[in-house]
Design a protein around this ligand. Structure first.
Ligand code: ADP
Ligand code: MG
Length: 271
């Protein structure tokens, strides 16, 4: 873990939702009594989710009856073999795709059947996402990549009016993930671990309520992967960020507070 990760707190960067959550539930150094006595809200909930794909005449049933509750401030791992439907489930949670049957609620509101424009807005405002292959835009530098969600969601005029403020926030986030010295680098000039740090900073720029992570260490060596997991741990513990992470790797899954296994289209609680 870099020293910048230790010294810079998101508290200074993204006071909106994070501070509100901290106030309601206490933090690591704060009021444990409050933390323990306040029932935590369910942030995301799936009920009886089904999803299949069709290849010609063949139907591939991927999710059969997925019932899952994600509580605020939790770090949940969903572990399962390759092909078990982890990415499919994460895409449904993030409204990138819609289920065939069942429902998904976010803060009590149904989200799986929203029109696509509303889903885009919801996703931009409330969901941060990171992926195994980072999905950075190759022609933009690190700082510009981190700013892209705000460029998309703000509109041109609003973005330019707030550019200084947004840029300061993006720089602080990059410092936070230990990438302050790589702001002007293009993705091809970064290591895998650095690209994932940039992707994490990008996922946080709009102050999301939940981070959805699809095999975030899947393309990294063990040590680099551990550094990324440490960043996620810090975000969860210190900033109370809710995280849902899918992985095929039991050791990676074991880093979370709660592990569920996805197999044969259903989830089963492990811890
Ligand atoms: P995981 O992320 O756990 O490896 P996925 O959710 O990517 O699994 O895929 C689950 C199953 O669905 C796999 O058998 C995969 O081949 C199939 N699948 C995924 N996406 C599609 C698609 N767009 N069309 C057809 N089959 C798909
Ligand atoms: Mg996958």
């Amino acid at each position: 873990m870099s020293s910048s990760m230790e010294s810079v707190s998101l508290q200074n960067i993204a006071p909106g939702q994070h501070a509100a959550v901290r106030k309601a539930h206490g933090d690591m150094s704060g009021n444990w009594k409050t933390h323990l006595t306040t029932p935590r809200a369910t942030l995301l909930e799936t009920s009886h989710l089904k999803k299949s794909y069709h290849r010609g005449q063949v139907e591939i049933q991927v999710l059969n009856d997925v019932n899952l509750q994600i509580k605020e401030n939790d770090w949940t791992s969903i572990v399962g073999q390759s092909g078990s439907g982890k990415s499919t489930l994460l895409h449904l949670l993030g409204t990138l795709d819609a289920p065939d049957q069942g429902a998904i609620h976010f803060e009590g509101n149904r989200i799986d059947d929203l029109p696509s424009r509303s889903r885009d807005i919801l996703r931009n405002r409330h969901f941060g996402m990171i992926f195994q292959f980072y999905h950075l835009l190759p022609e933009l530098n690190t700082l510009e990549n981190v700013l892209t969600p705000l460029m998309i969601s703000s509109g041109v005029l609003s973005y330019w009016l707030q550019k200084r403020h947004y840029t300061d926030r993006a720089k602080a986030l990059l410092e936070h993930v230990g990438l302050g010295h790589r702001m002007k680098h293009l993705p091809r000039e970064l290591s895998g671990g650095e690209m994932q740090r940039a992707a994490i900073a990008r996922s946080l720029i709009a102050e999301p309520r939940v981070l959805l992570a699809d095999e975030p260490t899947g393309n990294l060596d063990r040590k680099t992967g551990d550094d990324i997991l440490e960043i996620l741990r810090t975000l969860n513990r210190r900033e109370n960020l809710t995280i849902v992470m899918v992985t095929h790797d039991d050791a990676v899954a074991g880093q979370a507070d709660r592990i569920v296994r996805l197999a044969e289209g259903r989830v089963q609680e492990i811890t």
